[in-house]
Design a protein around this ligand. Structure first.
Ligand SMILES: Cc1cc2nc3c(=O)[nH]c(=O)nc-3n(C[C@H](O)[C@H](O)[C@H](O)COP(=O)(O)O)c2cc1C
Length: 206
């Protein structure tokens, strides 16, 4: 049985990954997507309307989920699609050469429907997929979770509070509430506890 926790992915957590799929014309597609770990071999994705990834996996249900930290790859895959030379083939599938690890997953269920979020109501496609194979390419694999960046940012701003003027403090406090929203959405228990302790210190400046 494949086990994605061997790649550092933890059950119940949300990570940022890059999904590689095959377009109808056979060319590769790569797009950053949030990845929710249901258990050791099941994952869930939420696709926004118009996503090529969503239509590709509905047509061709086997795809790769790439785990990496390389910032340029994330940028390239968000602003467009990287060149063919950035991909490697694994049978019929594509994965990214810059990946630290990848796993193959097969769609087991999908549904599309409206979902209320802070932008209003959005037609989301929810994809459930079963992991078929895990491949570790780098010695050290570190799946991306956004919570740590928010926590570090909040901490750095906290250490600047004493030096900051009133206007800057208000900016930091506003950022803290945005960070709090993010960490409570994507973070694990440890992240939430860390944030709670930082929040108590920010409260002294309210
Ligand atoms: C870190 C990151 C995470 C993202 N997560 C998602 C996601 O979970 N679902 C989604 O539909 N779009 C997500 N996006 C936006 C898509 O990557 C972006 O719209 C992309 O152009 C879609 O490409 P596609 O049309 O090839 O699927 C994310 C973008 C970034 C940078």
């Amino acid at each position: 049985m494949p086990d994605i926790t061997a790649l550092g992915l933890k059950k119940g957590q949300l990570y940022e990954s890059i999904i590689c799929t095959r377009n109808a014309d056979g060319t590769p597609n790569a797009a950053p997507m949030g990845l929710i770990v249901k258990n050791t071999s099941e994952v869930v994705f939420y696709f926004y309307p118009g996503s090529h990834t969503a239509s590709n996996v509905k047509r061709d249900p086997l795809f790769t989920v790439n785990i990496l930290e390389d910032p340029l790859t994330f940028v390239e895959c968000t602003l467009g699609c990287p060149p063919h030379s950035s991909f490697q083939e694994d049978g019929n599938l594509f994965y990214l050469k810059s990946a630290d690890a990848y796993f193959t997953a097969r769609v087991t269920a999908h549904k599309t429907g409206p979902r209320k979020d802070r932008f209003g109501s959005t037609e989301l496609t929810i994809i459930q997929a079963r992991v078929e194979k895990t491949v570790k390419l780098a010695e050290c694999v570190h799946p991306l979770n956004r919570a740590i960046y928010g926590i570090i940012e909040a901490l750095v701003n906290l250490t600047r509070m004493e030096m900051a003027d009133q206007e800057t403090r208000q900016i930091y406090i506003k950022r803290m509430s945005e960070i709090s929203r993010l960490v409570n959405r994507v973070g694990g228990l440890g992240d939430k506890e860390a944030l709670k302790r930082i929040q108590q210190k920010y409260d002294d400046y309210q």
